[in-house]
Design a protein around this ligand. Structure first.
Ligand code: ADE
Ligand code: ZN
Length: 326
């Protein structure tokens, strides 16, 4: 339709996506075969059929199972290249990609293989598609703070190729405060920071992210709406929220798209961006996320353009790079 082509054609950002959450089902089967691994599913349709989740944990279980197919440098290259090609076709001009090394190094994959594969594919996409790209290292909040510190040490040889540090995983019971020293260390080493907060967790976790971790952005952030003082501060400081509407729907953070808080967040003057998170698992890249919000919440064309522009403003780029993207 007209609006679909319009949204796809808009130059967009994807600031919250996980490389290991971007493996399309057929590629997962191909990588498993290449590595001599047997999956619980034989066909892409059967695998896609398993993408039905009750909550964040039920998704994480499958997501970490899927991580097993990424073993060699070539695997990391191929999955990154596939996402970037698809995102480019979707009209994404700036993508910031998370990868969580712990899922792979714990099984013996050298950090060098992971970094070389991902960074090589990013360099190709810059060259071939003219995309603006940044890599972010994400740690697991359900593991310990010393584990996270070890990841930070491991990736320091690639410091100049990493724009930021983030954290995901099982949120409830693993508050931001558990990682206060880790985020301080990340900031001390010159990294931008962001953290998943207020996805399944309460507004208090978003508060901790802001006050204790002093992050530059919040990933998701939905739950902030329960705390009016917090909303006021987030709006005043223009802290970007990287919201992922279809992720929220599929993980039952919201019971329907009509109940998604996107418009409420916007109405409070928050710096809202729309992102894909783990596109195949949640059945949508950035365009589908924007269109789902438009259909359910009645976003105007101006509101869609505003959300897309917010993404460019929230990107971890220099002012010069930002002007080039606008
Ligand atoms: N890792 C990948 N996607 C995630 C999400 N939505 N929440 C927490 N951790 C994640
Ligand atoms: Zn995420």
């Amino acid at each position: 339709t007209g609006i679909e082509a319009f949204v796809r054609g808009l130059p967009k950002t994807d600031l919250h996506m996980h490389i290991e959450g971007s493996i399309e089902p057929q590629l997962m089967l191909d990588l498993a075969a290449r590595n001599g691994l047997k999956l619980r599913w034989d066909t892409a349709e059967a695998l896609r059929g398993a993408y039905r989740f009750q909550n964040l944990q039920s998704f994480l279980d499958l997501y970490f199972e899927g991580c097993k197919v990424l073993v060699t440098e070539r695997d990391f290259h191929d999955v990154t290249r596939a996402y970037l090609r698809r995102a480019h076709e979707d009209g994404v001009i700036r993508a910031e990609l998370f990868i969580g090394p712990q899922s792979f190094t714990e099984r013996g994959t050298p950090i060098e293989a992971l970094m070389s594969g991902v960074l090589g594919a990013m360099e190709e996409a810059r060259r071939e598609h003219g995309m603006s790209l940044g890599l972010m290292i994400s740690v697991h909040r359900h593991r310990t703070e010393p584990d996270a510190m070890a990841v930070l040490d491991q990736v320091m040889p690639w410091k100049d190729h990493i724009i930021g540090i983030g954290m995901g995983g099982a949120e409830v019971g693993n508050p931001p405060s558990k990682f206060a020293r880790f985020f301080q260390a990340a900031r001390d080493r010159g990294f931008r920071t962001t953290v998943h907060a207020g996805e399944e967790g309460p507004a208090a976790y978003v508060r901790e992210a802001l006050d204790l971790l002093q992050v530059d952005r919040i990933d998701h952030g939905n739950a902030c709406l329960a705390d009016h003082d917090l909303v006021r501060e987030l709006a005043a400081q223009r802290v970007p929220l990287t919201v992922c509407p279809l992720s929220n729907l599929r993980l039952k953070v919201v019971s329907s798209m009509r109940e998604h808080p996107l418009k409420a967040l916007m109405a409070h003057g928050l710096h809202v961006t729309v992102n894909s998170d783990d596109p195949p698992y949640f059945d949508g890249y950035v365009t589908e996320n924007l269109l789902a919000c438009r259909d359910a919440l009645g976003l105007s064309t101006e509101e869609i353009v505003g959300l897309v522009r917010n993404g460019v403003e929230a990107a971890f780029v220099t002012e010069e790079e930002r002007q080039a993207l606008l």
